[in-house]
Structure formats: structure tokens, C-alpha cells
Design a binder for this molecule. Structure first.
Ligand code: G16
Ligand code: MG
Length: 217
């Protein structure tokens, strides 16, 4: 018997943040203002709707509901065209080894992402079929830090929340995992993700021995 793992997508499995940033930046520039790398940090793990609301606030813009929808559609089309060339080479360093270990040892893992584009991304990375469950932005009504996405993933894995281990790169995601009473692993800046149960700068730092102990029930 082992525990189950739940992976966030953007920033954990693949680095799509830079493409989200480019697409949001282009949109902002078209509206007559700019956004910074630093501001982009506040968009990580945040849903598409909430991201646009935040960006418009930064730019002091108010738009009609119709324009809001159009801006989201255009941004997403731009984003999709940028990620269309993604392949298995785009798995973040260290992730391939971790996923191979889990697959070979029949340790079930799920996706818990805010992205509505999660499925096509996993397919381009050629790892889609290896997930026991996928919960993404199409399945949830409440965004992280609400634990909904991870709780649904646990249910789909047939695991109690306490038996789930969450890999996250965003503070909102660590908070969601902690609220769900799951074990949280922060991937990224320790100062930002200090509420995580374990911290790693990136996934290459995670030893298989560490995982072995952690997944044991
Ligand atoms: C991701 C990103 C966010 C993005 C969100 C929605 O969340 O980190 O920046 O806004 O998905 O993405 P989409 O526009 O593709 O639906 P996660 O939870 O995978 O880190
Ligand atoms: Mg993320």
C-alpha cells in the first residue's frame, strides 16, 4: 500500500509560466500598459479569469463583459500557439526520473491544476496516459487556495487526503494542500513557499530514497 501523489502542472511538470507571461504581456501592451516579471509571480496558479481581473486592475482598466471574454479568448489563442511546439523534451528537469519511478512502482499519481489546457499539454509531453486521474480548471468551481482541486483528485485516486502528497510551485497551491490536510512539497523559492512541509529549489534535488520513504503508508 502506498500513498498517492498529486502534481500541479505549470511550474512543476512544465514551465509554461513564461508563455502565459508573454501572452498576457502582449495583451496588456495592446491595451496601452505593461506588466512585469514580478507581477507575473502573482499570476502563478491563478485561474484565467482571476488573472485577467488582476491585470486589468494593475493597468487601471475597466472593460465590458464582452471585451473581457474576448481578451481571454485572444490571450488563450496566443498562448496555445506558443505552446503548440512542446514535446517530451519540455518536462522540467528531474520530473522524468520521478514519474518513471512512480510508474514502475505502481504508485498512483494525479494532476491537480488550475489550467483549462492541462490535457493537451500532458498529451504533448507524452505523459497523459500515465496519470490515474486528471483534475483541471474545467472540473473546479473554486480556485486555489481553495482545496477543491486537490480534494477531487484524492477522491479520484481513492485516497484519503492525509494519504496524498502534493507537488506545488505556487503559494496558493501550498495553502490549498495544507488546508486539505495533505503533505505539501514546495518546488521553488523557499522564502515564498515556507508553509510547505518540504522544500526543494527544483525537482532535480528530490532523491528517490526520499520519495520511497514518503510514499510508504
Ligand atoms: C496554471 C498557471 C496559471 C494560469 C492557470 C490557468 O495553474 O500557473 O498562471 O493562469 O493555470 O491556465 P489556463 O489559462 O491554461 O486555463 P497551475 O495550477 O497548473 O499551476
Ligand atoms: Mg503551478
Amino acid at each position: 500500500q502506498s500513498k498517492g501523489i498529486i502534481f500541479d502542472l505549470d511550474g512543476v511538470i512544465v514551465d509554461t509560466a513564461k508563455f502565459h507571461f508573454l501572452a498576457w504581456r502582449k495583451m496588456s501592451n495592446n491595451l496601452g500598459f505593461d506588466i512585469t516579471q514580478e507581477q507575473n509571480e502573482d499570476l502563478k496558479g491563478v485561474s484565467r479569469v482571476l488573472s485577467l481581473q488582476r491585470i486589468l486592475k494593475w493597468g487601471n482598466k475597466t472593460v465590458s463583459e464582452e471585451d473581457f471574454q474576448r481578451l481571454m479568448t485572444e490571450k488563450n489563442e496566443d498562448y496555445l500557439s506558443q505552446i503548440s511546439s512542446m514535446s517530451e523534451n519540455d518536462l522540467l528537469p528531474g520530473m522524468g526520473k520521478i514519474l518513471d519511478y512512480l510508474t514502475q512502482n505502481n504508485i498512483p499519481f494525479a494532476l491537480g491544476s488550475a489550467s483549462k489546457n492541462a490535457r493537451p499539454i500532458l498529451k504533448s509531453l507524452k505523459i497523459y496516459d500515465r496519470f490515474a486521474a486528471i483534475v483541471d480548471g474545467n472540473d473546479v468551481t473554486k480556485a486555489k487556495p481553495d482545496p477543491e482541486v486537490f480534494l477531487i483528485a484524492a477522491e479520484k485516486l481513492n485516497m484519503k487526503p492525509e494519504d496524498c502528497i502534493v507537488f506545488e510551485d505556487a503559494l496558493a497551491g501550498i495553502e490549498a494542500a495544507n488546508t486539505a490536510r495533505m503533505i505539501s512539497i514546495g518546488i521553488g523559492d523557499k522564502n515564498v513557499l515556507q508553509d510547505a512541509d518540504y522544500n526543494f529549489a527544483d525537482s532535480t534535488e528530490i532523491e528517490i530514497e526520499f520519495l520511497e520513504k514518503l510514499v510508504r503508508k
